[in-house]
Design a protein around this ligand. Structure first.
Ligand code: TZP
Ligand code: MG
Length: 220
């Protein structure tokens, strides 16, 4: 991994990135679900609240931050650099249409983790060269969590993993579930984001633990 990367966890493999997504979790359950993901072994937590009021997102992020701190795990805010900066979150995540890294850095400063969604090897290489601290790579498969997107498949995982993934964490994402995780890992994925399969599980903590065990516990 590059010495310049701000990603706080090394080595960058076997990592599970959990997303607390308001599409699946209701406001009263946000803290409980975050706690369950962390207790189950999630290495990173993102708050994702598409279409919600920014005031609410700020409040929710502020309430999840101390929980993540208790577990020494980073809290990443999806989309809102201003909120991440205001509450002192650990990072912010942006998509392809959310502007440049420089524009985000102007808001959050030099230390914060900044991640980018990528949907092709070209975008993955570009995000690495631009200086993002990690990337999401997907959606591998169509997923109800991000409707209307085709799956990009698994064929390019080895290339992205070996070239970009040797420098910064690459998180495969999109339609990954416990039942296809082994297939995704066999295709070359080292780190994954799993949203709906964990958040809709009967026991979120147990489901998270199961995924972590399948990923192999990384040395810290
Ligand atoms: N970006 C690409 S796919 C995706 C995001 C946020 C959603 C992944 O969710 P799930 O439920 O694990 O398919
Ligand atoms: Mg976005």
């Amino acid at each position: 991994m590059s010495e310049l990367s701000r990603f706080p966890i090394s080595p960058v493999q076997g990592l599970l990135y959990g997303i607390v997504d308001l599409g699946y979790v209701t406001e009263p359950d946000l803290e409980k679900v975050t706690h369950a993901l962390l207790t189950g072994g999630a290495d990173v937590i993102q708050l994702r609240a598409k279409g919600c009021e920014t005031g609410k997102i700020r409040e929710w992020a502020g309430s999840l931050l101390p929980i993540c701190r208790r577990f020494s795990r980073p809290l990443i805010v999806n989309d809102f650099a201003e909120i991440a900066a205001e509450i002192g979150a650990d990072g912010v995540h942006i998509g392809q249409d959310d502007g440049s890294l420089a524009a985000v850095r102007a808001i959050v400063g030099p230390e914060m983790i900044v991640g980018r969604s990528t949907h092709s090897p070209e975008q993955a290489h570009a995000a690495h060269l631009e200086g993002f601290d990690y990337i999401g790579f997907g959606p591998l498969f169509p997923t109800p969590t991000k409707k209307g997107r085709p799956g990009i498949g698994m064929v390019n995982i080895p290339e992205v993993q070996s070239i970009v993934g040797s420098q910064i964490p690459v998180f495969c994402i999109g339609g990954i579930r416990r039942h296809n995780l082994q297939e995704v890992l066999s295709a070359g994925a080292k780190n994954v984001v799993i949203v709906s399969d964990l958040l809709t599980a009967h026991d979120v903590e147990a489901a998270t633990r199961e995924v972590k065990a399948a990923l192999g516990a990384p040395l810290r």
